[in-house]
Design a protein around this ligand. Structure first.
Ligand SMILES: NC(=O)C1=CN([C@@H]2O[C@H](COP(=O)(O)OP(=O)(O)OC[C@H]3O[C@@H](n4cnc5c(N)ncnc54)[C@H](OP(=O)(O)O)[C@@H]3O)[C@@H](O)[C@H]2O)C=CC1
Ligand SMILES: O=C1O[C@H](COP(=O)(O)O)[C@@H](O)[C@H](O)[C@H]1O
Length: 467
C-alpha cells in the first residue's frame, strides 16, 4: 500500500447505514478482517434508523459477518465488538447529531462513511456541519455520485460548500481491487510492458465486465440506473484511466489522480451511434422494474482518446447482466505481424494479446503464437496474482484502511468524476434503442456489429481455461 501519514490517521469511524445491504455484504466483514490483521485502530460508531441496542447490533453483526462466508474467531470478534457503539435515529433529525457529537467527544479525528441512499449525502453533511462534526474529519460517500453531469456537479457543489476536496472521499470499490491497483506497477515497472503499451503496438483494447446473474432483488435500485450509470461511468472508466494514464511522477495521491484526470480529459465524448444497449428478456418481470422499462442491462460502446499515446486506438467497453460468465478483464490486442516470406502457412496468426484479469482470480496473460505441427497455435504465458504476489486485501478492507490512514489515492476526485460523466452524457441524452437479448448470451447482436472491421469480441480468459 502507498505510505500513509500517521498524523492523519483517524481514531473514530462513523458508519451511516450500518444496517443496510452494503454493510451486511461488505463493510462489517471488511472491518472484521482489518481487526484480524491488527489494522483497525479506531472506535466504530454505527448509525441507522432501526431501533436496537449496541449489544443487539453486535450480535446481528456477528451473524452477518459469518453469513458472508468469513470464519469468525471469538477473540477477534470480541476485540471488534469492544470498539463498536450503535446509535439509532433519523439522519435528517438534528437531535441525532447532538447524540453523535456527545458519543464522539472532543478532539477526535473522524471518518464519516455514508453508505446511505445518495439523496441523503447532502443533508447528512449539512447536519454534520451544523453539529460542528466536520472539523478534523473526512467524509466518504458511496456511489453513485450523481446520475448525470449536472447532478454530479450540483452534488459536488453542495458537499464542497462544507468540505475541502481533501476531506471528501468518493468511493469506487473497483479502485480497491488489487489487479486494478496492479495496473500501474505492471505498466510502469516493466519495460516489457511500458514499451508495448501505446498506439505503436496496440491496435484495439477491449474492456469487458460480464456478470452471469440478473438484477434479482435489486430491481428498485437498478431500474432508474442501468448498466451505463451502474458500472461504466464509474468502474470501467476508472479502469480505462489506469490503463491509459501517463506515469505519476511521485507517490502522492494527487499526482496519481492528476494523471487519471488528464487522460479522461482526452477521452472524446461518447457517440451514441457507437454504442449498443440491450435488455435481457424477462428483466421487466423483476420486482421493482417498470413493466415498460427502457433500462439497459447491457451496454457496449467505443471510446477514442485524443492524445499522442492512444490516438486511433479504439477502446471497446461492454458490461452486462445475465451474460454467460462472470468475468472482468482488460484485453490489449496488439498489431498483426506482417506476412513474412519464411513463415510456413499462408494465413496469418492470431494477434498477440495482453490480458489483465480483474475478476475472478486476478492475473495476467500474454498470448503469443507458435507453430504447431501444421498450423499456428496460441501460446499462453499466464500468471495468477494470488499465487505470485500473495492473497490481497479485499476491496472494502483496502478502501476503509486507506480512508482511516489518510491515503486518498484510491478515491476518485471531483475532476475525474465529472470528466467521466461528460464522456457518457450523450449516451444518457440520446440513448440508442434497446435491443433484447437472451439471458446467458453475449448481449444483443448489435454488440458484434460495433467491433466490425476490428478484432471481434474475445471471450474472457477464465480461471483454468486455456482460451
Ligand atoms: N448494496 C450494494 O451492494 C451496494 C450499495 N452501494 C451504495 O451504498 C449505499 C447504501 O446502499 P445499501 O446498503 O444497498 O442501501 P440499503 O437501503 O440497504 O441501506 C440503507 C441504510 O441507510 C439507513 N437509512 C436510510 N434512511 C435513513 C434515515 N432517514 N435515517 C437513518 N438511517 C437511514 C438504513 O437504516 P435501517 O435499515 O436501519 O432503516 C440502512 O442502514 C448506496 O449509496 C448504494 O448505492 C454501492 C455498492 C454496492
Ligand atoms: O457497483 C456495482 O458492482 C457490482 C459488481 O462488483 P464486483 O466487485 O462484484 O464485480 C455490480 O454487480 C453492481 O450491479 C454494481 O452496483
Amino acid at each position: 500500500m502507498t505510505p500513509t501519514d500517521p498524523r492523519k490517521s483517524a481514531d473514530t469511524l462513523i458508519v451511516f447505514g450500518i444496517t443496510g445491504d452494503l454493510a451486511r455484504k461488505m463493510t462489517l466483514r471488511a472491518l472484521y478482517r482489518l481487526e484480524r490483521r491488527g489494522l483497525l485502530n479506531c472506535r466504530v460508531i454505527g448509525v441507522a434508523s432501526t431501533e436496537m441496542t449496541t449489544a443487539e447490533f453486535t450480535a446481528q453483526a456477528r451473524e452477518r459477518i459469518a453469513a458472508t462466508g468469513q470464519t469468525v474467531e471469538d477473540d477477534v470478534f470480541q476485540r471488534f465488538a469492544d470498539r463498536v457503539t450503535y446509535l439509532h435515529g433519523d439522519v435528517t433529525d438534528p437531535a441525532l447529531y447532538l447524540r453523535l457529537a456527545a458519543e464522539i467527544g472532543p478532539d477526535h479525528t473522524s471518518v464519516h462513511y455514508l453508505e446511505m441512499p445518495p439523496t441523503l449525502f447532502g443533508p447528512i453533511v449539512e447536519q454534520l456541519g451544523a453539529a460542528n462534526l466536520l472539523h478534523d474529519a473526512c467524509v466518504a460517500v458511496e456511489k453513485p455520485f450523481g446520475h448525470d453531469l449536472a447532478s454530479a456537479r450540483a452534488l459536488n457543489a453542495r458537499l464542497r460548500a462544507l468540505l475541502s476536496e481533501d476531506q471528501l472521499l468518493r468511493v469506487d470499490h473497483f479502485l480497491g481491487k488489487e489487479p486494478v491497483i496492479e495496473i500501474e506497477y505492471l505498466r510502469f515497472a516493466n519495460p516489457a510492458m511500458t514499451g508495448l503499451w501505446n498506439r505503436g503496438s496496440v491496435s484495439a483494447v477491449q474492456i469487458t465486465m460480464a456478470e452471469d446473474f440478473g438484477v434479482e432483488d435489486r430491481g428498485k435500485f437498478y431500474d432508474p440506473v442501468g448498466a451505463l450509470r451502474d458500472v461504466v461511468q464509474n468502474h470501467l472508466l476508472q479502469v480505462l484511466a489506469a490503463v491509459t494514464m501517463d506515469p505519476p511522477a511521485d507517490a502522492g495521491a494527487d499526482t496519481l489522480r492528476d494523471r487519471k484526470a488528464e487522460v479522461l480529459k482526452a477521452v472524446r465524448t461518447a457517440d451514441p451511434r457507437r454504442s449498443v444497449r440491450g435488455q435481457y428478456t424477462g428483466y421487466r418481470d423483476t420486482p421493482g422494474v417498470a413493466a415498460d422499462s427502457d433500462t439497459e442491462t447491457f451496454i457496449a460502446l467505443q471510446l477514442e482518446i485524443d492524445n499522442w499515446k492512444w490516438f486511433d486506438v479504439p477502446f471497446f467497453l461492454r458490461a452486462g447482466k445475465n451474460l454467460p460468465v462472470r468475468a472482468t478483464e482488460v484485453r490489449l490486442i496488439l498489431h498483426r505481424a506482417p506476412r513474412l516470406a519464411f513463415l510456413p502457412t499462408p494465413h496469418q496468426a492470431e494477434q498477440n494479446q495482453i490480458v489483465l484479469r480483474i475478476d475472478p482470480e486476478p492475473g495476467a496473460r500474454l498470448q503469443l503464437v507458435g507453430l504447431g505441427e501444421e498450423t499456428w497455435r496460441p501460446l499462453y504465458l499466464d500468471s495468477s496474482f494470488a499465487q505470485e504476489l500473495g492473497e490481497p486485501f479485499e476491496p472494502y478492507e483496502r478502501l476503509l484502511n486507506s480512508a482511516l490512514t489518510g491515503d486518498h489515492s484510491l478515491f476518485t476526485r471531483e475532476d475525474s468524476v465529472e470528466e467521466a460523466w461528460r464522456i457518457v452524457q450523450p449516451l444518457i441524452d440520446e440513448p440508442a434503442a434497446i435491443q433484447p437479448y437472451t439471458p446467458g448470451s453475449w448481449g444483443p447482436d448489435g454488440a458484434g456489429s460495433l467491433v466490425h472491421g476490428r478484432p471481434p469480441w474475445h471471450e474472457p480468459w477464465l480461471p483454468g481455461a486455456e482460451r
